[in-house]
Design a protein around this ligand. Structure first.
Ligand code: FE2
Ligand code: FE2
Length: 182
């Protein structure tokens, strides 16, 4: 189980290119989902080792901070700007929001287990929830990358992209443009 280099920060953030930031977030989501599934396997094989507990701490931190902000970026800044452009996009956004709610529901059950990783009453429950969450989250970002982002990148004007980047930076209490950008 590889628990190095799982920084949750928006390192080398460039909010002038917010869709690239969204892609970068998706890569981090995939990495933390792999770690989550690896943690489930490690628990099954070795019990609640120190590595398992440490991995759970990193996973809990990521999905309750940066992961949460990522859903807000999409729902508050991006979806409203493109939802009226076609019926197909409106339907896709409806599905993506439903998946966010499903992920939120799974997270409500999984988060307390990640926080009490050392003393789990039911390891089987952890493994089931970890796999369910990771599978849904990865399928969700795959769908956004295959069906949503390639379409909306042609719909958003440079002013709208700037507005999205500004809002994402504000959400993270970061300066916009980033220092040295101007
Ligand atoms: Fe999403
Ligand atoms: Fe996303």
């Amino acid at each position: 189980m590889e628990i190095e280099n799982f920084g949750a920060q928006t390192d080398n953030a460039d909010f002038s290119n917010p869709l690239a930031m969204i892609h970068a977030c998706h890569e981090r989501i995939r990495r933390f989902c792999r770690l989550l599934q690896d943690a489930g396997s490690a628990l099954q094989q070795h019990g609640a080792s120190q590595d398992f507990v440490t991995a759970c701490k990193h996973i809990h931190h990521y999905f309750s901070t940066a992961g949460k902000l990522h859903h807000q970026d999409e729902e508050n800044d991006i979806f409203p700007l493109v939802i009226r452009t076609s019926l197909k996009i409106a339907e896709l956004i409806h599905q993506l929001k439903q998946e966010h709610r499903q992920l939120d529901q799974l997270w409500e059950s999984l988060a307390p287990l990640l926080q009490s990783a050392r003393h789990l009453d039911d390891p089987g429950q952890f493994i089931r929830l970890a796999n369910d969450y990771a599978r849904l989250a990865v399928a969700h970002v795959d769908k956004e990358e295959e069906e949503f982002l390639p379409v909306i990148q042609h719909l958003l004007s440079s002013e709208q992209l700037e507005k999205i980047g500004h809002s994402m930076a504000l959400r993270r209490n970061l300066a916009f443009p980033p220092p040295g950008f101007e």
